[in-house]
Design a protein around this ligand. Sequence first.
Ligand code: SAM
Length: 329
Amino acid sequence: MSTNIDRYNRKISYLRVSITDRCNLRCIYCTPSETFKLLRQFDILSYEEVIRVIEAAVTFGIKKIRLTGGEPLVRRNVIHLIRAISQRSGVEDFSITTNGVFLKPLAQAIFKAGVRRINVSLDTLNPLKYVKITRRNCFRKVWEGISLAERIGFRPIRLNVVVMRGLNDDEILQFADLSIRKPYQIRFIEYMPLGVDNNWTPQKYVSSDEIKSRLESMAPLYPVTPEKNDGPALRYRFASAKGEIGLIRPLSHHFCATCNRLRLTAEGKLRPCLFSDKEVDLKTPLRRGCSQQDLIDLFRKAIGLKPKKYDLKRFQVQESQLIMRRIGG
Ligand code: SAM
């Protein structure tokens, strides 16, 4: 049996790598307030350590890597790391998730470093509402960054939209229209009860079924045939659209049976499931001089901890301190 297959017969081939808990936005569903505790620089894995982990991951069987955060593009010399990962043989699919604030100055260098796939979190197309959601006035920068990424040739460009009733659900059709005019995959994500004081209430949650029926009120949606590295999004398209729609349904239809991912937190812990508090520490062994084989064994240990499926109720009680910034959204 291959070493990257877990006890529920899931092949674990995807690693999300958070390289910082810092972020230049303060989104209301992710960050509690202006003042919160950040990791000390020393506690965050260095680029050399991240690369060692990625090398072990690839030997273990990881083929897809996504850089995330916090906001990955705020970390100093991030292009150096992007280039190093991009050049690593065995990484078949490498992408970045960003809030887009630094996309304009960095897009060209990211593309040159070999990255073609990019996800940008953008919950509104309204600059004033953007300030309300992110507590920062950066809509224009983000929009210009996305437009530049499109001109440079990034494909696919995915825009991730967390849908919150009463806040941005009135923009579902505007985003849908964007998917017709632009070659973007608009991915509607169900709002999850994650984080400290993240304002989640059942009333603000909009299910993907509701999102889909609202989209269908505009025009018929046609399913798009899934591809190998798609992940959990269900893909659709409007007739003659340049782009697509994606629906990500972590609450209404959990995708545990096909979950192929592990997360590496900024402080060097492997997290087998977003909704479980179990983690495997890689930083301490790394700093004590462990071998690559030791790291591979720790990957094996981590997939041994992957639950069959998550129990959100139990999780909420146990881990009210979970923060996406640290774990990586
Ligand atoms: N800074 C990068 C970005 O903006 O894409 C990296 C990810 S960052 C932690 C924030 C992303 O995590 C959000 O855009 C969203 O996609 C996801 N996220 C965070 N909290 C969430 C929540 N409560 N429900 C759904 N998605 C959430």
